[in-house]
Design a protein around this ligand. Structure first.
Ligand code: SF4
Length: 329
């Protein structure tokens, strides 16, 4: 019954191919400088059922081979260079040219997210060790490939594999991957203002859990959509939407959203089950139960009483429940 009532959202999430770029070594491919890998089991065994991975090893693809001399970043004033640790050979320009070309190719694949290998002078997203020409520590930087990826695709959800160990960051990253896919799908076709209004209505509660002020800003973009250039509307809506979801959904904001949803039951639920729901929301506020508990109960009542507006809220299932991401936040 639930999938019939909430079928639109469910099918949209589950049936579409969601492509996520990944540093090849995280998938177990033996591409590291020493011929090894950094296989991340969560990636292949859990996320692999929901995402299609596009594996990229910049160092192999640029032609360095495996095994190869390890590389490091060397800071030269404001400039950052990529050099061989022993030989000092400079690979900066070669890597930059490759990265510019490869990222354009990746853009055409319609990626919805990217997971990078931490600490790599090519793939590291942040805090990659850098050195002075003499070999002492210098201010850290971003790997060269990662820098080009994030420069060219600034709205794409990108994280390092270490984020998967932190339940909150993991949930946020995966939520953003699914969200990016939804918003990209909306604007990839000949969308109408009505479709944008419907999209915004479905995403409202989810955005409110992250950034209530952004929800208002998105509302203004939607309200003016009929009078503005289509490209500008798509660009500004996507950019505010993704920036909003990038802000952590706090307990307080989740409680606000849950209580707002509870308000929709005023005329359909008896006082006793309403009190039970309110009490579970308080338990969540006090960290006695994870978010999945009030959400599950809410969904149960939404289905039971066919509360139309809530039934289509992405907030109730922003990613497949099999991933169990809200069991730990
Ligand atoms: S970190 Fe990046 S460049 Fe290094 S082995 Fe993994 S995929 Fe290749």
């Amino acid at each position: 019954m639930r999938s019939e009532k909430r079928g639109f959202v469910d099918r949209e999430i589950r049936d579409a191919e969601i492509r996520v770029g990944v540093s090849s070594c995280l998938l177990g491919e033996p591409v590291r400088y020493d011929g090894g890998h950094k296989h991340d089991r969560y990636l292949t065994d859990v996320l692999g059922s929901h995402f299609s991975f596009v594996a990229v090893c910049p160092e192999v693809e640029v032609g360095m081979g495996t095994p190869r001399e390890p590389l490091r970043l060397v800071r030269d004033g404001d400039a950052i260079r990529m050099v061989g640790v022993d030989s000092g050979d400079d690979h900066t320009e070669r890597m930059r040219k490759y990265a510019a070309r490869r990222v354009v190719e990746l853009e055409t694949l319609g990626l919805s997210g990217y997971l990078l290998k931490k600490g790599s002078p090519s793939c590291g997203m942040e805090r990659v060790r850098a050195y002075t020409a003499r070999g002492s520590a210098a201010a850290s930087d971003r790997g060269l490939f990662a820098a080009e990826l994030m420069r060219r695709l600034p709205l794409l959800p990108v994280e390092e594999e270490g984020c998967l160990d932190d339940a909150t960051v993991r949930e946020n990253f995966i939520e953003r991957v699914f969200a990016y896919k939804r918003v990209a799908d909306l604007f990839s076709g000949r969308w109408t203002t009505g479709e944008l209004v419907a999209f915004h209505t479905r995403e409202k509660m989810l955005v409110c859990a992250h950034a209530p002020t952004a929800e208002k800003e998105l509302g203004r973009i939607v309200a003016g959509a009929g009078r503005a250039a289509r490209g500008a509307v798509a660009q500004s809506y996507t950019s505010v939407f993704m920036a909003a979801l990038g802000k952590p959904a706090t307990t307080r904001r989740n409680v606000n959203v849950l209580q707002h949803m509870l308000g929709h039951f005023r005329d359909v639920l008896e006082p006793a089950p309403r009190r039970a729901l309110a009490s579970i929301i308080e338990d969540y506020r006090n960290a006695l139960v994870p978010l999945v508990v009030p959400i599950t109960l809410l969904r149960h009542y939404v289905d039971l009483h066919s509360v139309g507006y809530l039934a289509h809220q992405t907030y109730l299932e922003p990613h497949p429940k099999e991933l169990m991401l809200r069991n730990h936040v």
